[in-house]
Design a protein around this ligand. Structure first.
Ligand code: 6GU
Length: 239
């Protein structure tokens, strides 16, 4: 998979070279390009923004600069991802969909956003998604790109040491993952639940499912409503 990021803060994307993502790149599983938007400015001031039509606070990023940048970075096989608090929610399902793509291009806006015509134009040649990582406002899209790239890349074959971890985590079955324990058996007078040391794998699986259901009910009841049809009688008894 190829990943390109266009930003006015390329140094902000340095974490893409670290840890899990850095190792995936070294092993040739992904190829990451980070591009300074100012490479495509055309005036001595290297201006990337201008006052908004219609007035109002802040600045809007200029269409000419973004148009040239995306012409250079995108191909007819790219998918353009635009982080914005005004986007559709980025979910695990979206991460799975992105993990199937051959080329993702992330366009990081700052200020009050990017001239809408940049995306309307790009959409004539490629899929364009405006996506939000949550209901809060960031200063720019860079941190959101780090979040999305990590969510996508860990799903690629060969990136995680143990592929079962990706299959079992929160959201893969629509529930939050329950608690985990390791040695020692007693720590600061707190004990590991007996069932986990019982060796009875059927009991352990049932207990884990119950814990996931209870946790989801308490913390994210909205997720359970979505899952209502998939719960069996035992599941319902837990709730
Ligand atoms: Cl994806 N971008 C920005 N700039 N702010 C956000 C966001 C994204 N998601 C939530 N807030």
């Amino acid at each position: 998979m190829k990943l390109d990021v266009v930003t006015i803060f390329p140094e902000y994307l340095q974490p893409l070279r670290a840890a899990l993502l850095g190792r995936a790149a070294e092993r040739g599983l992904i190829e990451i390009g980070v591009h300074d938007l100012r490479n495509w400015t055309y005036d001595v001031h290297r201006a990337v923004d201008d006052a908004p039509y219609g007035g109002g606070p802040g600045m809007v990023m200029k269409p000419q600069v973004w148009g040239e940048a995306l012409d250079a970075v995108c191909t007819e096989r790219s998918r353009l991802v635009v982080p914005t608090p005004a986007g559709r929610p980025f979910t695990q399902a979206v991460a799975r969909e992105y993990a199937e793509q051959e080329h993702l291009v992330f366009a990081c806006g700052r200020y009050e956003g990017i001239d809408q015509r940049v995306f309307d134009d790009a959409a004539r040649r490629m899929p364009v998604d405006e996506v939000s990582i949550g209901d809060y406002v960031l200063v720019g899209g860079e941190a959101a790109v780090l979040v999305m790239v990590e969510a996508v890349v860990r799903l690629l074959p060969g990136v995680l040491g143990n592929p079962v971890s990706a299959e079992q985590d929160s959201f893969s079955d629509g529930l939050l993952e329950g608690p985990s324990f390791t040695r020692p058996e007693v720590w600061r007078d707190l004990t590991v639940p007996d069932v986990l040391r019982s060796g009875n794998h059927a009991h352990i699986e049932r207990w884990r499912r119950d814990q996931a259901l209870e946790r989801t009910f308490r913390r994210r009841p909205d997720l359970l409503t979505l899952l209502a049809d998939e719960l069996d009688d035992h599941d319902r008894a837990v709730l």
